[in-house]
Ligand binder design. Structure first.
Ligand code: FAD
Ligand code: NAP
Length: 352
């Protein structure tokens, strides 16, 4: 028996619950709207089976029918309180849209997340890959989060160090025991100096002759750049960057730089370099190409998308991703890794 808050649907297609919108029937779709709902599910033994957690499904691909339960975390709420003299600590439910928090912070003149405007998805998913854009990352403003342990049924608070944030990475990618129920971030009230070093953003602000832009102006310029480069999932189903920018270390980094001095590369730390995956894909000639009803977005080679009227399946998306990955490896000896979380009956990991 479920608690009054838990919503359950059996044998349901989750096409409407991920932004690639590929058809995939799952055994059960369960929506939890509170921590109490999670406790109820734990008591019922729900977490003893194979469970896939989703928020808004903007970083995942359901490939085929799956004999699993999908748990949609839809916990709401936003609380703001002073944090020292110059900061505000805000705590938001895992189901709240990240972009609503960014817009709220801009309206309230609180700095620190304005460059991450229009990143789709929920606040609960934001720590999973330490979301980031235009020079800001979640970890820069992260305070703590609350998470429910699937097996133990306990609710704990985790600080930044516990989350092991890295480049589009966190402990949660390696340890799926946790259901994030809320996150807390600190925003800056007084004395905020916006960071506008990111090249395309800084160029756009300069072009508008904005030397001391407001938070709203920064966000609006980010929105304009994003709209010019990225397909809208509502019209062209996609999940943003399909691959991560590869990090190369040691001998591999040295060899890559010697062989490809023209490559788009950024230093990370201690000899590690980040290579633009979009640049690698462009060199293979895949940008703008189609494979059936799936394509590589012409304005952004990292984004794979389905045509609006096509019938492409999740397997068609995987086929294109494999072709792109193989071409990059053949030309550069670099293995691309998926950023998008793949849910397929044929595999349990991110390898395609
Ligand atoms: P989902 O896709 O539903 O889930 C993603 C992962 O998080 C899954 O592994 C899931 O199991 C896990 N998860 C979700 N909720 C919880 C929870 N409550 N507890 C535990 N695990 C959970 N990302 C960026 O970093 N920067 C960008 O600029 C960016 N731009 C994008 C642009 C487009 C057009 C699209 C479609 C995507 C973009 N993304 C970007 C990727 C995506 O927006 C982020 O990864 C986002 O955080 C996903 O949120 P979601 O709620 O949709 O997560
Ligand atoms: P871009 O400006 O064309 O640059 C390509 C890549 O180079 C980016 O991924 C970025 O890495 C890296 N880069 C550029 N300038 C850099 C610098 N000065 N220092 C370090 N790294 C630099 O990128 P884009 O693809 O249009 O995306 C713009 C921003 O939005 C990026 O931050 C990107 O991460 C984010 N974005 C993410 C997604 C997603 O789904 N994850 C989708 C669209 C946009 P970083 O990714 O580390 O910033």
């Amino acid at each position: 028996m479920s608690g009054v808050g838990v919503e359950r649907l059996s044998s349901v297609c989750v096409a409407g619950h991920h932004t690639f919108r590929c058809r995939s029937k799952v055994r059960e779709l369960v929506t939890a709207k509170s921590v109490d709902d999670l406790r109820t599910l734990h008591t019922e033994g729900f977490f003893e089976q194979n469970v896939i957690i989703i928020g808004h499904g903007s970083n995942c691909l359901f490939v085929d029918d799956l004999d699993v339960a999908v748990l949609k975390v839809d916990i709401g709420g936003l609380d703001a309180r002073s944090h020292g003299d110059d900061q505000v600590l805000i705590t938001v439910g895992a189901g709240v849209a990240w972009d609503d928090v960014v817009e709220w912070s801009i309206e309230n003149r609180l700095g620190g997340v304005e460059c991450m405007v229009r990143i789709p998805g929920t606040c609960g998913a934001a720590p999973i890959q330490n979301i980031g854009a235009y020079g800001q990352e979640l970890r820069d403003r992260f305070h703590s989060l609350q998470a429910f342990h699937r097996q133990l049924g306990t609710l704990v608070t985790l600080a930044s160090g516990d989350c092991e944030f890295g480049y589009r990475d966190s402990v949660f990618k390696r340890d799926p025991s946790w259901v994030i129920t809320s996150i807390s971030i600190t925003l800056i009230k007084n004395g905020y100096v916006p960071s506008i070093q990111y090249p395309s953003l800084s160029r756009a602000l300069n072009a508008s002759s904005l030397t001391s832009p407001t938070l709203r102006q920064i966000a609006d310029h980010v929105i304009a750049i994003r709209s010019s480069k990225l397909p809208n999932p509502a019209t062209h189903p996609n999940a943003g960057s399909f691959f991560k920018n590869p990090l190369l270390r040691g001998d591999q980094a040295t060899a890559f730089l010697q062989t490809h001095p023209e490559a788009s590369v950024f230093g990370v730390d201690g000899g590690t370099i980040k290579v633009s995956a979009g640049w690698l894909i462009e060199q293979t000639g895949w940008r703008g190409k189609m494979l059936g009803d799936v394509g590589v977005w012409p304005e952004h080679a990292l984004v794979l998308y389905r045509t609006p009227t096509g019938r492409a399946t999740g397997n068609d998306v995987i086929r294109l991703a494999r072709s792109v990955k193989t071409a990059v490896y053949a030309q550069f000896g670099v293995q691309l890794q998926c950023e998008v979380r793949i849910h397929s009956c044929g595999q349990q990991d991110q390898k395609i």
